[in-house]
Design a protein around this ligand. Structure first.
Ligand code: KG4
Ligand code: ZN
Length: 391
């Protein structure tokens, strides 16, 4: 089955074509038109600029993918319907509707978060390219036999999974960490999700972006902080680990951001004249910035790992998955795999290739395929953008 997918939930215009045959997922085309340069001067996404760029870029990307794949061969159209910025979502939804009408093909609306979960099964790890060609997930209706694909490797033990191991992947726990979400999701089977914890304020990616803004490192902040952190010492600054010992699976990152702000605030006049407010480390030297980035990154990672491991233990997860833009963070990937190897040696750990961690349309194509196989296509008028769509 050939699937054309569109993702425009935020500031990336993405179009992909997947070819899913029985046991293999082939990514025929995967285009992401990043709007980073447009939004960077504003330090965050400006919705009306994002929409304008989506409308401008969609036809260009579609023309590009149709150079490689004959539009007549397309069997299904998938588009992200939410959650996201509603006007941005509408750009993709409208385009997908027009294509489905014009081509007379079925269409499915895809939840962006299910897309991030699906990213764990798109592509696999290039290191394991040979092993990836294993048979999988054949009958989607029966989660016990399910799915298909070039299959990913377990990042804890380093071994590629075989088709026979696939029925044993569930139940799983997926940590979705992006610019808009931080959620722990219990996955009973494909299509059966329950959110067991989420952030009460800022998402992890948002915290990275805001701290980067405080440090004047540019947008998006995650990759910049990760880069600086490579040359920093993570134990230099004592930062809080919010809610790490809470009895639930919720997160909170805004206090951590404030703690960083406090460190950056220049020292105030002596106590008698208003008290000492901050330490002003930012202005000391480049190494202080690197140390602060490393300390902040470590604080976020510690919380994410502690909660994920706790959830995986309690829910007796057979697999832990990691998704979303922040999952591209090398240190998080490394430390999560070490923690799983040490604390949950029998649990598998899946994480997408870095290019499928941040927003892309390939993951939407696979999630669309799952949905279509389970429930068939959606009525065209039912494909509507929903900014607050839940899993
Ligand atoms: O999934 P995504 O592309 O978009 C949303 O659905 O939000 O995630 C974008 C987020 C941004 O906040 C960005 O700063 C963060 O992912 N991010 C990172 C890294 N790469 C992207 N955060 C930490 N480390 C990274 N290497
Ligand atoms: Zn996303």
């Amino acid at each position: 089955m050939i699937i054309l997918s569109i993702e425009t939930s935020c500031d990336d215009t993405c179009v992909a074509i997947l070819d899913i045959k029985k046991s293999q997922i082939k990514v025929l085309s995967d285009f992401v038109s990043s709007q980073t340069q447009i939004h960077a001067p504003f330090g965050g996404v400006v919705p009306n600029l994002a929409v304008r760029a989506h409308y401008k870029n969609l036809p260009i990307l579609l023309e590009e993918v149709f150079k490689k794949t004959d539009p007549k061969k397309i069997d299904l159209i998938a588009a992200t319907v939410g959650p996201g910025l509603e006007p941005c979502l509408w750009a993709g939804v409208r385009q997908a509707r027009l294509l489905a009408l014009g081509m007379g093909k079925p269409i499915v609306g895809v939840n962006h978060l299910e897309g991030h979960i699906a990213a764990n099964f798109v592509g696999g790890n290039p290191k394991h390219a040979r092993q990836r060609r294993v048979r999988l997930w054949r009958k989607i209706r029966n989660p016990k036999k399910v799915l298909s694909s070039q299959f990913p490797a377990c990042h804890a033990c380093g071994k590629a999974l075989t088709g026979r191991q696939v029925p044993n992947l569930f139940p799983a726990i997926c940590l979705i960490v992006s610019g808009g979400h931080t959620q722990l999701v219990w996955i009973k089977a494909i299509g059966q999700y329950k959110i067991i914890g989420q952030t009460r304020d800022d998402a992890a990616g948002e915290a990275f972006d805001k701290v980067a803004k405080l440090l004047d490192l540019g947008y998006p902040g995650g990759p910049q902080i990760a880069l600086k952190a490579q040359n920093g010492h993570s134990d230099t600054f004592k930062l809080p680990r919010p809610m790490i010992d809470a009895s639930n699976y919720d997160f909170s990152f805004s206090g951590l951001k404030t703690a960083v702000l406090y460190l950056l605030t220049p020292p105030a006049p002596p106590l008698s004249k208003g008290g000492r407010r901050g330490r002003g480390v930012y202005f000391q030297n480049e190494q202080s910035v690197n140390d602060l980035c490393a300390s902040f990154q470590k604080a976020v990672i510690d919380v994410l790992i502690a909660k994920t491991i706790k959830a995986a233990k309690e829910y007796k997860a057979k697999t832990v998955m990691l998704s979303g833009g922040v999952a591209a963070n090398k240190e998080l990937r490394k430390q999560m795999s070490v923690a799983i190897r040490n604390k949950l040696p029998l649990t598998r750990f899946l994480v997408p290739d870095t290019r499928f961690c941040t927003d892309n349309a390939a993951m939407i194509g696979l999630a669309g395929y799952w949905k279509y196989k389970q429930r068939g296509g959606d009525k065209i008028e039912k494909i509507v953008a929903k900014a607050n769509l839940n899993l």
